[in-house]
Write a protein that binds this ligand. Structure first.
Ligand code: SAM
Length: 272
């Protein structure tokens, strides 16, 4: 069996195809930057210099390289061979001595990895976990890899994204506007069809229980819209700055924090 055999094959093919242009399309976009900065703000409060962190679905390695710049060591995994290839190339060019190792491994088989050192926590950014149907298994596997007391930070696409609803309704596309609401949809990426799951905060709490306890969560991209709005938003940089400032206020507010593009959840591994 190849390492990627248990992940959705169509998703892996889709991300392989996206890998080369991913940084231009998302990482370097002004919206992607604004949303990621909000995640990094929490990331640096959660993990500390000297920590050794497991990253799931790392993509092209933007967060792993950031953590390394903060003196944190990382084993960063992704199911997509091409994402890992781009990440390794970035490491070679941008920070050859950084304490980062990139490894092609689907999250569904994370348990099979054998690690020399105990992790101090784990992290998953920007919706890699929305590609996984059963997060209970992921939680069980992670519980074997990180010790009681350690943090697990996960950032997933939400089920109810207000700016997405407004954006697509204004364009007369109600199906797209409400596509997340059933909790499951298919996304067409190039010629590939990817299953995407949108668990609610309650479902996530339950999937990660009892080995992980939900400690806190924040909204990411509440006023800042999803990244596909980038071509329009680029014309209004001052508006994006204003929306970013609004997000700083709304991100922890009850009632608002589940209505963004993403939610960032901090779990803690607990003794059971
Ligand atoms: C939207 S990208 C996010 C990448 C990166 N975390 C970031 O913040 O830019 C989602 C990533 O999840 C990866 N992915 C999707 N399904 C996966 C799976 N079952 N196991 C591991 N990685 C997966 C994809 O290859 C892709 O790199």
């Amino acid at each position: 069996m190849t390492p990627a055999a248990t992940a959705q094959p169509q998703a892996i093919l889709a991300f392989n195809q996206l890998a080369e242009g991913y940084d231009e399309l998302f990482t370097k976009s002004s919206i992607g930057r604004a949303q990621r900065d909000a995640v990094w703000n929490v990331l640096t409060k959660t993990f500390h210099p000297g920590d050794y962190i497991l990253e799931l679905n790392c993509g092209t390695g933007e967060d792993a390289l950031f953590l390394a710049r903060n003196s944190i060591s990382i084993l960063a995994c992704d199911a997509s061979e091409q994402m890992i290839r781009v990440a390794k190339e970035r490491l070679r060019i941008e920070a050859p001595n950084a304490p980062v190792e990139f490894f092609q491994q689907p999250t569904e088989r994370i348990r099979d990895l054998h690690f020399a050192k105990q992790f101090n926590g784990a992290f998953s950014n920007f919706s890699g976990l929305n590609c996984i149907a059963d997060l209970r298994q992921t939680a069980e596997d992670l519980a074997t890899l990180i010790p009681p007391g350690a943090p697990l930070l996960v950032c997933l696409s939400t089920r109810f994204c207000v700016s997405e609803v407004i954006w697509f309704l204004l364009q007369g596309k109600p199906r797209k506007a409400f596509r997340r609401w059933s909790g499951r949809t298919t996304a067409k990426v190039g010629e590939f069809v990817v299953e995407v799951y949108y668990p609610t905060i309650g479902q996530l709490r339950s999937s990660f229980s009892p080995t992980f306890s939900l400690r806190s969560f924040t909204g990411i991209g509440i006023a800042v819209p999803p990244s596909y709005v980038e071509p329009w938003m680029r014309r209004y940089p001052k508006l994006l700055s204003a929306l970013t400032a609004i997000d700083k206020v709304l991100s922890t507010r009850r009632g608002f924090r589940i209505l963004g593009d993403h939610m960032l959840i901090r779990f803690e591994r607990v003794n059971v």
